[in-house]
Every structure is written in C-alpha cells, then in structure tokens.
Design a protein around this ligand. Structure first.
Ligand code: ASP
Ligand code: MG
Length: 470
C-alpha cells in the first residue's frame, strides 16, 4: 500500500512565486518516494485580511474604498502569476478566473454596503476568494513542472451546516464525498490541489470554517481519505516551547500529543488551528508540522501519546487580549449552576469560553472569553443570559485590556500538584500578581489570569521551567 499524505501549505508558503516554487520542489521530492499526495492551500499571505478589509470598508467601519482594496489584491495575485507561470495560456486562464472572482467580490461588496440581509453569507463568499483563486496558481505550477495535478474547490465535497463564518462539516456526507471525489485522482497519481478554509451548505451556499481554518480543512480531508499522515507546511520549524517573537531561547517541541497540542492551540499558540485535532484523533492520523523553507528540519510530530512522559512540561502560551465576565457569589447560591448556565448562554451565542477562574477567596468567579467578539455578539449574549438567569444582575461584560491569560501545557500537569505549586511560586517570586487561578482546566493545561503588564515576565518565568524540564 502506498503512503497517503495530505499536505497543507499555509499563506506564506504560497505567498510568492518563489515560495510556490519551493512547494513544487517539495512535492517533487515526495512524489518520487511514491506517496499519494493531496494538497490543501491557504490564500496567499495577507489576502484574507485584505478581503476582510473590503467588507469593513463596505460597511463603513474602516476608511478607504473597497474597489481599490480589490485592485490591490488583483495586483498581488497577478504579480505572482506573472513570475510563476511560464506559458501564456496558463497565465491568461488564471487572469480570467481571477477577474471573475473579483467581479463577484465587487458585486458582493456593493450588497454589503446596501445592508443586505444575509450578511454572513455574503461575507463568506468574499472572504473565501483568496483560497478559491489560489488553487489555480499552485496546480498550474505543478503541471508546468510535469507533475499531474487538478485544482478542486473544497465546497464541492466539504458539506457544512449553515453557521456562516464558522461552519461545521456534516458527517457522514462529507467523508463520503471526499472519498468519491478525491480517491480516483489519487489512485491515478494525479495530485488534487484543494482550497482550504471553505465548504458549502447542502443547498450549495459557500461557507467558511473560521479564520485560520485551512488546517482544519486538511484534517477533514485526511480523515475522509483515511490518510496515513497530515503534513502542515508553514513558515516556522514547528511548535516551539513558546512564541519565539517574545523570547529568544525557545526550543522546538519535537513530539507532542493531540491533547497537549489542542490545549496549546486553544490557549493561544498560532501554529495550528485547534479544530485540526478532532477529525484526526479518532482515526489516529499523525500530524507533522514542517518548515517549507527549511525542508530538512525535524519539525514537530503530533500523535496519540508521547513516550517520554517525564517531559511533563512542554510549552507555554499566552493570550494577550481577553475579556472577563466576573460573577460574585451570593449567599445560598450554587456557583456551579450559575457558571454552567452562563456557559450555555455563551455557547448559544457562539462565544468561545477560554476558561473559568476563581479568586483566592473563591467568592468571585471569572469567565475569560477571547476578545475577538463583536458588540453585536455581546449584546445577543446578554439577552440570552437574561433569559437563562432572570433576576440576577450581571455587570456588563467588559473588555478588560489589563488582563491576560498565560497557560503552561504538559502531560497530565493537572494531576501533578507539586508541579502546579512550583509554577505558581515561580510566578509569585518573580513579582507576578496572579489575579486568579484556573479553577477548571483540561488535564494537560494550567492557566493563570494575570495583569497585562506582567505578561512577558510570566511567559519568561514559566518558559524557564519548561526548559529545565526538557
Ligand atoms: N486564509 C484564511 C485565513 O487567513 C484561512 C487560513 O489561512 O487558514 O484565515
Ligand atoms: Mg494558519
């Protein structure tokens, strides 16, 4: 049996003609090993942000003109095509496709401006253009190097619910369609180049899987194909012991379990989207994170369990912008019940809960949510909360910029009170004021709510502990 590998290339890896040439070289090397390969691509780096800017400009919340922004996008992608594609028909074909997409986006921006009702649906059509166009660039580049390839839109086989902007794939239909559409190509040695980030509802409306969702696309496709592995090609070496832009002495995490990596991603590490784990874990499909620009480097290997359980402290991560909802305990009130009602209201409003914390006296509970929540979502949530908990007054949910979340991740760290205590003391000795401890974390993570001014210090301190365990 041939090895079947799904390879995902992120925005930087397909963000220039030179980068795409690297991608082609990587595929050439691996194809010669007789692998069956399916490729998932992100939009070229920065394109989705520009598309998002178009939407904001159409809504009038951001200065500038969306048609100018669209022409910037066009210029960037045309420049890549000019440098990358040798044959005139290939180039012209790409320019035609690009023009068609950009005309569609222009029309959609006008609808956004005109306050169309189905805004999330229109936003998804606009946001997905980068991925939808990118597959033609990468597939043509492979073809011109003699590798047989076909561009495919994932919206033809990833079928989702209609939660636009954050859609969830439906099973078993998605798995069935993936097999049916992709396997024939793989068996013939043809390389499908698939748009990440997108899907469609069963009635054919385009959806996106949430920002950064191309990793998730790769996982869905790998699970549908029963692939042997997923390789995430990116612009860094892999999971690091902490964010290298904060600290210089970081090290590569060479091996980590699904659960640990999920926690790292959930609590702020940006190398991998947290949703990537779920489709793969059940089928025990391992992930390799690799650097497109340093192909030979070791990378990070993510799988079910990690042999060396002594390394029970793997990495540290942080989220700088969190919002806090604080709930003061009232007499005769069961906080557990209140918290779980608030959690339900958050979930019903599609707001991501990062963690539940308690102050030292255990009379105030803090719920931390990620700050990327719009005011519309917040007022929707407050309405739901009112329905669930009549008679209880909540302080309005505030964006408290002075607080941040730092999290240490490691194998069964919660079951190691000695280690937890040590981490806490390390922080306190360094003068970090811990506002609240996580009162309920996953078994592999330990989070602290601290003031923002201590963010870097806390990461440094915890990171030293990680290094001393390595
Ligand atoms: N292009 C999308 C984004 O920037 C999806 C991805 O790159 O994973 O969010
Ligand atoms: Mg990403």
């Amino acid at each position: 049996m041939k090895q079947r590998i799904v390879m995902k290339f992120g925005g930087t890896s397909v963000g220039s003609a030179n980068a795409i040439r690297k991608v082609v070289a990587i595929i050439q090397n691996n194809k010669s090993l007789d692998y069956e390969i399916a490729i998932v691509v992100s939009a070229a780096v920065g394109i989705t942000d520009l598309l998002n800017l178009c939407i904001s400009q159409a809504l009038g919340v951001e200065n500038g003109n969306y048609s100018i922004t669209l022409s910037i996008i066009k210029g960037r992608l045309q420049e890549i095509a000019e440098k990358l594609l040798r044959l005139k028909p290939d180039k012209e074909n790409f320019f035609d496709i690009l023009n068609k997409f950009l005309e569609e986006a222009l029309d959609d921006c006008k609808k956004v401006k005109g306050n169309a009702e189905n805004l999330p649906e229109i936003k998804d059509r606009i946001l997905s253009i980068g991925e939808r166009a990118q597959i033609y660039l990468v597939s043509s580049a492979l073809n011109q190097s003699g590798l047989e390839s076909v561009p495919l839109q994932a919206s033809d086989f990833i079928i989702t619910n209609n939660s636009f902007l954050e859609a969830t794939p439906l099973q078993p239909i998605t798995n069935e369609k993936i097999k049916e559409r992709l396997e024939p190509f793989l068996l013939k040695g043809i390389i499908p180049v698939i748009s990440g980030f997108i899907g469609s509802t069963s009635d054919g409306k385009l959806t996106t899987l949430g920002r950064g969702g191309s990793d998730f696309s790769a996982a869905i496709i790998a699970a549908g194909l029963d692939a042997n592995e997923v390789w995430i090609w990116t612009d860094v070496d892999g999971m690091m012991t902490t964010d290298p832009s904060l600290i210089t002495n970081t090290r590569l995490v060479t091996e980590i379990s699904y659960k640990e990596v999920y926690d790292l991603a959930f609590f702020g590490a940006r190398v991998l989207h947290p949703k990537t784990i779920q489709p793969l874990e059940g089928k025990k499909i391992p992930i390799q994170i690799k650097n497109t620009f340093k192909e030979k480097n070791q990378g990070t290997h993510i799988h079910l369990s990690v042999k060396n359980s002594k390394r029970n402290l793997k990495a540290v991560t942080g989220i700088k912008r969190v919002s806090i909802l604080s709930l003061r305990k009232r007499r005769n009130e069961d906080m557990g019940t209140v918290v779980s009602l608030v959690e339900t209201a958050l979930a019903n409003s599609n707001i991501h809960l990062l963690g539940v914390f308690q102050d030292i006296n255990k009379d105030t509970t803090f719920l931390a949510i990620s700050q990327i929540v719009s005011d519309v979502d917040l007022s929707e949530f407050e309405k739901k909360l009112g329905e669930h908990l009549p008679g209880r007054n909540f302080p309005r949910l505030q964006h408290r910029p002075s607080q941040t979340l730092v999290t240490a991740v490691g194998h069964l760290i919660q079951k190691n009170p000695l280690l937890s205590a040590k981490l806490k003391i390390t922080l306190e000795n360094a003068g970090v004021v811990i506002q609240a401890d996580a009162y309920r974390n996953t078994e592999n993570s330990l989070s602290f709510l601290i003031s923002e001014q201590d963010h870097l210090k806390a990461i440094q301190q915890l990171h030293n502990e990680v290094l001393s365990h390595a």
